[in-house]
Ligand binder design. Structure first.
Ligand SMILES: [Mg+2]
Length: 385
């Protein structure tokens, strides 16, 4: 089988309400965009993948830095193609949707869902609702009680208020306002902010230690990204200083960075995301390193419905992935907004679980009418599709 054509479209979907995520302080989002990638072969099969919200840079990366070196290659040769994607990532933006599309193609050619090709460990995982915004405690309690009615049994809160004391008071208040069987995690997003007006106040090591001890006392499941991404020494010191698991790694780049994070015990939970780093097949190597170090691997999934599907197959194939991140924060970030390009949005069960598709490949079925309607820029290579 040979790759004969690659296409790449930029999709932009209007959010049902303005989104103010904690990781872009002072910035308002009115749209969500996604780089949709299709890889076609001489046998008539099509693989689907997607990149995150990076605008035309995503299309340029696929068109100029990836496609010329993939036409004619065997889509099963993921190990040969991964270095091409790494080179493209260096000069362009995230090309990993191509790797998702290759895995989708391989699954379709074999008639098997991707997670089963890799030894299928689990089909259903507990999902935690991953919130985006900094709401006040009373509003958040009300929203979480409504999400609990849908089935959620766990939620990840955002921290990034002006002071650590305010973050701790918020979590304590929310904890008291929810039933004891509802679990909480907290994400400080101290490793990264998106381009935004700010204020971009970052925690010191002592802020992170105070916060981690407080989260531990409040019974949280983990604290995420409490320190800068490359402050490996202090991450390691913090992880050793508290019993609370410390999580992170969502935007680290390359297998070597994950090896250091694991070897140097920076995090107890590694949260790589196939849309932002390496792709799903390569991230299995990181998950294996984590497993050998008795650490968890729980992928980050905040991009779009296709990125979520790809990370779900990865999670379903792993023995050390006990939770799945489910991005949702209505009224701005809804199931429909996240999955607008899919024929059916992902939903959780009344027990708060998510189940991986048993269709061949990634199990993605596009809503072609929605894809057409929300495409703002389309590119495709010459040659046969
Ligand atoms: Mg995070």
């Amino acid at each position: 089988m040979k790759i004969t054509q690659i296409s790449c479209s930029l999709l932009s979907y209007p959010l049902p309400a303005a989104l103010h995520p904690s990781w872009a302080p002072g910035r308002t989002f009115h749209h969500t965009t996604c780089t949709l990638i299709r890889v076609r072969t001489d046998e008539g099969l099509e693989g689907i993948g997607a990149g995150p919200d990076v605008g035309l840079t995503g299309v340029y990366t696929i068109a100029d830095l990836v496609t010329p070196y993939l036409i004619g290659k065997d889509p099963f040769a993921v190990e040969q193609i991964s270095p091409i994607l790494r080179h493209a990532a260096r000069d362009g933006s995230y090309p990993w949707g191509v790797e998702m599309a290759l895995c989708d193609l391989i699954g379709k050619a074999c008639g098997q869902p991707v997670y089963r090709l890799w030894g299928g460990y689990q089909t259903t995982l507990p999902a935690y609702v991953s919130l985006a915004e900094l709401h006040d405690a009373d509003r958040r309690i009300e929203e979480l009680l409504a999400l609990r009615e849908i089935g959620f049994r766990a939620a990840k809160l955002r921290l990034r208020r002006p002071t650590v004391a305010e973050d701790i008071a918020f979590v304590a208040r929310v904890r008291r306002g929810l039933p004891a069987d509802f679990s909480l995690m907290a994400d400080a997003n101290q490793a990264h902010v998106m381009p935004s007006p700010g204020p971009h106040n970052f925690w010191s090591y002592s802020d992170a230690l105070v916060a981690a001890r407080a989260m531990q006392d409040l019974g949280l499941l983990w604290l995420e990204e409490p320190l800068p991404r490359y402050d490996l020494k202090q991450l390691s010191a913090l992880a050793a200083a508290v019993d609370l698991p410390i999580a992170g790694g969502e935007l680290n780049i390359g297998l070597h960075e994950y090896k250091r994070l694991i070897d140097e015990d920076c995090y107890d939970i590694i949260q790589a995301d196939a849309a932002f780093s390496e792709g799903i097949f390569q991230l299995r190597k990181v998950a294996a390193l984590a497993e050998l170090a008795y650490k968890k691997f729980i992928p980050h999934t905040w991009s779009n419905g296709i990125g979520l599907a790809a990370n779900l197959h990865l999670a379903a194939s792993l023995p050390n992935c006990p939770w799945f991140e489910f991005p949702l924060d209505p009224p701005a970030w809804t199931d429909e907004a996240r999955d607008f390009m899919l024929s059916q949005p992902f939903e959780i069960s009344s027990q708060g679980t998510i189940t991986v598709s048993d269709l061949p490949g990634l199990g993605i079925v596009l809503d072609e009418a929605a894809v057409t309607r929300y495409t703002t820029h389309a590119w495709q290579s010459q040659g046969q599709g």
